[in-house]
Each structure stands twice: as structure tokens, then as C-alpha cells.
Design a protein around this ligand. Sequence first.
Ligand code: NAP
Length: 469
Amino acid sequence: MSVLGTESRPLRVAIVGAGPSGFYVADSLFRAKIPVVVDAFDRLPTPYGLLRGGVAPDHQQMKTVGKYYEKVALTPGFSFFGNVKVGQDLTVEELKLHYDAVVFTCGAETDRRLGIEGEDLPGSETATAFVGWYNGHPDHQAHSFDLNAERIVIIGQGNVAIDVARILAKTPAELKVSDITEHALHALAKSRVKEIVLVGRRGPVQSAFTELEIKELGELEDCDIFVNPADIELNAASQQELDEPSNNKARKNVAVLREFAPRPLHGKSKKIVVKYFASPVAILGNGKVESIVVEKNRLEGEAGNQKAVGTGETETLSCQMVLRSVGYKGVSIPGVPFEERKGVFPNQGGRITENGAVVPGLYCSGWIKRGPSGVLGSNKPDGAATVEALLADMAHLTPCVNPHTESVLSLLSSRHVAVVSFDDWKKLDAEELRRGVELGKPREKFTHIVDMLAFLGKPVSSEVAYVSK
Ligand code: NAP
């Protein structure tokens, strides 16, 4: 029997999802210094996942980590196969025939639901769709947002909510230096938004955002920030949480909020209100969003574990759009066990399990492993841990029966899948940068899969054309 991880039989690993987590897994595999073939599949023709489609377009500094991922991609043994949807174009069973191990790093593609009346009214949107729209994600280009709204309520106070509020509040001049799509830039320039309310169900100490992000909201050119001083008075348990030596995040956040609270409004065109202790109860409107009812909360429970409990007192905020930003959720892939409630693949330290038993050869890392938490860099140790488990198992893995990438490519070709390689991506990348230079911005993205394939001179199947329109 072949010994995996040797010159005569390199370990063959398929990565499903070429976002940050996928690249950290690949990086850890190469660092193991064993002969290894790493083939990374992504349903989009472009690599980098949330770095491209999630990270805010005005946070260009964060995007520099893409250079690191590119270095991994250029490592001998690595291949990128974009525009391949695992579970549709290629089954997991087929991957298992061609790879000794499959690592799923497919992230969390959908949103958690609020489960309240009116959640699906036109004008009640998810942050995922809005972020995808302004970031040029092909899934969200057909979506239109009513930016005639004068007041927009954002539910949730994580960094995604902050990103969305900031993008809505920035002036065209502030946005111009970002890689926001021209389409979104023009739509936002015409927006009539005057007030953006960020609603949190708990208090300032429990805010999910981080210091740098909340601070930015106080530095906007034409947008005031408003924090009600009464909202930053702490109960005893919150004070205890704040005094906890390890809770630097809360201390930094509260310091910023305390600096915001006494600030006078400067009569700027827009205003962001950071509102605490309120949970959405219902979204109301006749055919579209007209208001949201929130219930006032108090905190109950021990320090570190305080929950928002409704007081029964409600308030109706008139608004024309609601953006739900209460966390992402993973989606299932046929052939892989899935934990519906949490939206993750059940696993033990990255080894995928079914009914508590490890499924040999299947692994996961990133948000599909641990849920949607942490910053991009959090996926590095997570990926390293999954790879450590995989390498520890290597001697017991059943070698795949068909250890040939060409055979996978033939299968895809027989199914008329237009596979996009890393070289192809570099052509798209160069074109996006060129278009960016013309427009005086870092990059102008391709936003439709059909356009990417057409630019690369690849056949566009009718199905792809249909999905992307
Ligand atoms: P998140 O940080 O988990 O925040 C979710 C927010 O939704 C919290 O305020 C949470 O409140 C609230 N929430 C959840 N369920 C709710 C409900 N039923 N009703 C009302 N509020 C509810 O999620 P995220 O903002 O989507 O971010 C995901 C991850 O990406 C985070 O780790 C984030 O830091 C990261 N990220 C980082 C950056 C950056 O570094 N700049 C940018 C974007 C995202 P509770 O606390 O009460 O549950």
C-alpha cells in the first residue's frame, strides 16, 4: 500500500472554500514539509472569500494580507480551481475518490434569523446581502436597496453592523478611495439617509464590536455620532465585567462610548445613533418597512453571562429600511454531516463527526468549524489545529483510489464547468487593478461571473449565465 506524504505518493488534500481559512490550512500543510498536493476549490471564480467580499471596502489596510495568501497560492503543489461548486459540479464522494483528505473551509454563507413578525417585508434586508452588494459579490448584484430611506435601523452591534453603518454614513469623497463598486458608490451618493440607528439588545460592556471600528464612527466627515448618556450607566454586574482584567475589549469600547456621549451634535448631514437595551419585536409596514417595534430590556444574570430580558415597555421607531446584522450561519453541503441549529459541520478539533463518530478523511476549519467569530487572523491557529489533526491521522487515512488531479479536471470538463485557475485569477486581478487606476481607486471589481468568464475567453454555460444575471 502507498505510504502517504512521501515523494512517491504525496498526500493529496482538497480544500473546499478558498477564503482566508482555506489559505491558512494550505499554509499549515506546506509548513509540515512533507510532499503534499493541495487543490483548493471555490464556487466563485475568484479566491480570498471574505477578504474580497466581506472586509469593508474602505479598510484597504486589512486587504494587504491578500499578498500572504498569494504567496501560499504560488507554492509548488498548490492549485486553485475556481467556479467549481462542490456538492453540485463535483460531489463530496467524487472528491474522496481523488483526495486522501478533504478540508471544508466554506465559511458561513447565510444569516441568522430574528424570527419576528415582518422580518421578510420588503425593506427588511440582511447585512450579508448589503455587504455583498457594495463589495461586488456576484450573489448580490441583482439586489436593490431602497436608499431613499431617511432612517435605517441596523439590528446588532457587531463589526459587520459597524461596517454597514459607516459605509452608509460616508460621503462619496470618503468612499471614492475604497474599492467599493462604482455601482454601489453611485447609488450611495444619491442616498437620502439621514439617520442610522444601531440597535443592541444588551449594554455597552457587552458590545460585540471592537474599539477601532466604533472609534471610526466618531471620525466621519459629514456624520454626527449620538450615544445616550443614560445608556452607558452600568449595573453592578456590568461594572464587574468591565473591571475583569482580561476584558480589555470592553474597557476600550466603553472608553470610546464615554467620549462620544457628551459630544454635541454638529449639524452634519447624517447621524449615527448607538442605542442599547432594545430588542426587535416586530417590523411593521403596509407592503414595505415603515417602522420597527423594539422592546426595552434590562440585563439579568451573573457578570460575564448577562442576558437581555424584556421589560414589556415598547417603542416604535419609524424607519424605511431595517438591516439585520445578528451574525452569519453556515450552510450544508450534500454528503457532509451538518449541525442545523448552529450552522456548522459537527467536528472534534477539526475532524468531522457524524453522530459523535469521526468520519475518516473529512476535516473542517474556520467559521464552518467553530461558528462565525473572530477576525481573519483567528483562522490561522484554527487552520493549524485542523492540519495537526489531519497529519496525526495520516498513517491511518485510506489512500484515495484515483490520485490524479487531471481526472478531476476531466470530470469537470465533461460537465461543461469553466474552471478558473490561479493564473486566470491573476488576469482578472490585473484587469480590476487597471480599471481601478482609470477611476482613481484601488480596484474596480468584476461583479458578474459571466463577465469574468467572458474576459477570460471561457465558455459561459447557460446555467452560469442564468445565475449571474
Ligand atoms: P457578531 O460579532 O457575533 O455580532 C452579532 C450582534 O448581533 C451582537 O451584537 C449580538 O448581540 C446581536 N444579536 C444576535 N442575535 C440577536 C437577536 N436575536 N436580537 C438582537 N441582536 C442580536 O457578528 P458579526 O458582526 O456578524 O461579525 C462576525 C465576525 O466577523 C465577528 O467576529 C466580527 O468581529 C468579525 N468581523 C470583523 C471585522 C473587523 O475586524 N473589522 C469586520 C467585520 C466582521 P449579543 O452580543 O447580545 O448576542
